[in-house]
Write a protein that binds this ligand. Structure first.
Ligand SMILES: [Zn+2]
Ligand SMILES: [Zn+2]
Length: 381
């Protein structure tokens, strides 16, 4: 008997996956072969996919699980309805479980979807049986218990899951005169695709990709996955700085969830968007590059040119310690100024703090460039 079979099957979830997947695997191919599905059905499928996907990423994930910003009730209700339609359990269950994922990431017994237990387990397997790691303690999430939208949606979750999935595809199908096209494409196919796009974040985004910020957990940055997961593919960044409302922090990184949250802020529907200061991001990157260069040095035979790079490397460690100390000074100076509480002084010190922070950030950036150059040199040495 394998480890998994010790735990009872989670029948509601297993049946739900079975009953939504079977029509996509069997009925849909036959239907597409023998009938024409209207362009409207495909168009609405994509629209609903975006509404469901981003209600999970912007709502369930960044708003409720991580409190990365605050949202107007209209926005919360939208996320509660279209996130419920994504059939991934209630906000309360999803967000509480996700906080456990971050707190115990990769722990085989505590992380509900530990990637260390393999692709299948982290993708879907964890939902098919009642594993102890999925037991939730709601005493740890008082903020969610206090949220009226969260509690209403949890109490009536089955309505949130069933009603829009029945009413919207059938209603639109009647309107456009293509009931079965809408039910199969904008109903079943849309739901199954939406499921797997989310599940990829727990499975593939912990297996496949680069780790520019930290190797303390399995999370990866992956541009390809970011495209399918509404920006959540920058998962290495997310696991180190989980309270940032952004996952893709550079302007060129595909993160429509971030654009949605920032766009809503412009019209006053979201506020208090949390961002990690750039200097901290640069510090994490330098730390990672120091480790990487160190490992590359260890792996090289001891030639003269390698010895020279090793000397440079010692200087880089010292330089890094100095920059970190400089940053600590900048912060304590700012803290002192804030304590003085004299408005004009505070404003002056705030500007000074910004300039000082920029200098530290610049020092980290320059070090990053040097370390990357050293790694290229090492590869040739
Ligand atoms: Zn993760
Ligand atoms: Zn998260």
């Amino acid at each position: 008997m394998s480890d998994a079979t010790r735990y009872p099957i989670n029948w509601p979830a297993s049946l739900m996956f079975l009953l939504t997947t079977l029509p996509v695997v069997f009925a849909l191919p036959w239907y597409l072969w023998t009938h024409d599905v209207s362009a409207a059905a495909w168009g609405w499928a994509v629209l609903l996919l975006a509404a469901n996907g981003m209600s999970i990423t912007a709502g369930y994930h960044r708003l409720w699980a991580h409190r990365a910003y605050k949202a107007h009730p209209i926005v919360k209700w939208f996320f509660a309805i279209f996130g419920g339609m994504a059939v991934q359990n209630s906000i309360l269950y999803w967000a509480t479980g996700h906080r456990n994922h971050h707190r115990h990431v990769d722990d085989r017994d505590e992380d509900p979807y530990a990637a260390t237990r393999g692709f299948w387990y982290s993708h879907m397997g964890w939902m098919l049986r009642d594993y102890p790691s999925s037991q939730l303690d709601f005493k740890r999430v008082p903020d969610l218990l206090d949220d009226k939208v969260v509690m209403f949606q949890d109490k009536h979750y089955h309505w949130f899951a069933f009603a829009p999935n029945l009413i919207i595809p059938i209603g639109l199908g009647l309107l456009y005169g293509d009931i079965w096209g809408f039910v199969l494409v904008a109903g079943f196919l849309r739901l199954v695709v939406s499921h797997h796009f989310t599940f990829f974040i727990n499975s593939l985004a912990h297996i496949w990709g680069r780790r520019p910020y930290t190797t303390t957990n399995t999370a990866r940055d992956n541009d390809f996955l970011a495209f399918f997961t509404w920006g959540e593919g920058y998962h290495n960044y997310h696991h180190i700085f989980q309270y940032d409302y952004r996952n893709g922090i550079r302007w060129w990184q595909w993160d429509p969830t971030k654009w949605l949250i920032a766009g809503l802020a412009r019209v006053g529907l979201t506020r208090d968007l949390k961002r990690v200061p750039e200097v901290k991001i640069q510090q994490a990157r330098v730390t990672r590059e120091l480790e990487r260069t160190h490992a590359a040095l260890q792996a090289r035979p001891h030639t003269r040119s390698v010895a020279e790079i090793k000397e440079q490397m010692d200087a880089e460690w010292d330089h890094f310690k100095d920059t970190v100390a400089q940053w600590a000074d900048v912060q304590s100076a700012r803290f002192d100024a804030a304590r003085e509480q004299i408005k004009s002084q505070w404003e002056n010190s705030d500007i000074k703090h910004k300039i000082d922070a920029l200098q530290v950030e610049q020092a980290f950036r320059e070090q990053l460039t040097r370390l990357q150059a050293m790694q290229r040199q090492l590869a040739l040495a």
